[in-house]
Write a new protein. Structure first.
Length: 94
């Protein structure tokens, strides 16, 4: 199965956990993909739109660390707060 097929399959089933998992894979080099922050942010944003709190937290980390986007404490805080609104404890402590 190709990367595109895996991404499309996760997106087509509208399963936030599957989309989150595929999105996280793009945050690091691995056997599935080379690091691609743009794709990761896209997928994590989609999972977050379904209310997946860990996705929102990961987006916060992307902005906090400036991974493929301009580093922004304000954006990081915004996304951590969104994750915290779903009672994600890791988001609460960022």
């Amino acid at each position: 199965m190709t990367q595109s097929e895996i991404i499309n399959r996760a997106l087509s089933c509208e399963d936030s956990e599957a989309i989150y998992t595929v999105g996280k894979l793009f945050l690091e080099d691995n056997m599935f993909s080379a690091r691609n922050y743009t794709m990761s942010l896209r997928l994590l944003s989609i999972a977050g739109s379904f209310g997946h709190p860990s996705s929102l937290k990961e987006i916060g980390y992307i902005y906090f660390e400036g991974k493929g986007v301009p580093k922004s404490i304000h954006q990081a805080f915004h996304w951590f707060n969104k994750g915290a609104s779903y009672n994600d404890t890791a988001s609460l402590y960022n």
